[in-house]
Write a protein that binds this ligand. Structure first.
Ligand SMILES: [Zn+2]
Length: 189
């Protein structure tokens, strides 16, 4: 593991969010100040939504699959009512956390638990809170008098989902940090 990976721990969660947003298509024209505001608002929204988290009885079923691509830990398939976890990527993230000495922040079992909670957050946001997220992020798409339509910001749901998982698990850092390090480790190899 190189210094580049180790140095990621010094980058705060808001800035990690800015980096994710900047790398997401349709955000190219946004400046750093706006991206910081979006990053902070989306993560605050996710953490607040987590306050009433409970495992839904009628929620998507969690299915774990062996193997898979290292870069995809989990995904939510709304039409199939399923959350898929991919073992290879989960193990890759666990290895990265272990080798970087981040186990105090992310104790054993965190990657899997955070991945499921992350997808639960997507499930909740997709079905019930999409408009609230757009309002919370607060980028106007259209204004007509006192009426505002809030823009969909690509990547905001992703940041909210990471913050949601971190808040439910009571982690000191967002699981976004694990994702950033895991992706950087793939790029290094
Ligand atoms: Zn996601």
């Amino acid at each position: 593991m190189t210094r580049t990976l180790r140095r990621l721990s010094a980058v705060d969660d808001i800035e990690l969010g800015v980096r994710l947003l900047r790398g997401t298509p349709t955000n190219e024209g946004r400046d750093d100040d706006q991206l910081r505001r979006i990053s902070a608002a989306a993560q605050r929204f996710g953490a607040e939504l987590a306050a009433d988290h409970s495992d839904p009885v009628d929620g998507a079923t969690v299915v774990e699959r062996a193997g898979g691509d290292l870069s995809l830990v989990a995904r939510y398939l709304p039409r199939r009512g399923r959350i898929e976890l991919f073992s290879a990527a989960v193990e890759h993230c666990e290895t990265v956390v272990d080798r970087l000495g981040w186990s105090d922040w992310f104790p054993p079992g965190t990657v899997r638990a955070a991945a499921v909670l992350h997808e639960r957050a997507h499930e909740r946001i997709t079905h019930r809170h999409a408009a609230e997220l757009r309002t919370a992020v607060g980028v106007p798409a259209l204004r007509l008098g006192h009426w505002t339509r809030w823009a969909f910001i690509a990547g905001a749901d992703e940041l909210a989902a990471h913050a949601y998982a971190g808040a439910v698990l009571g982690l000191p850092r967002s699981p976004l940090l694990i994702t950033a390090a895991a992706m950087a480790a793939i790029e290094e190899d």
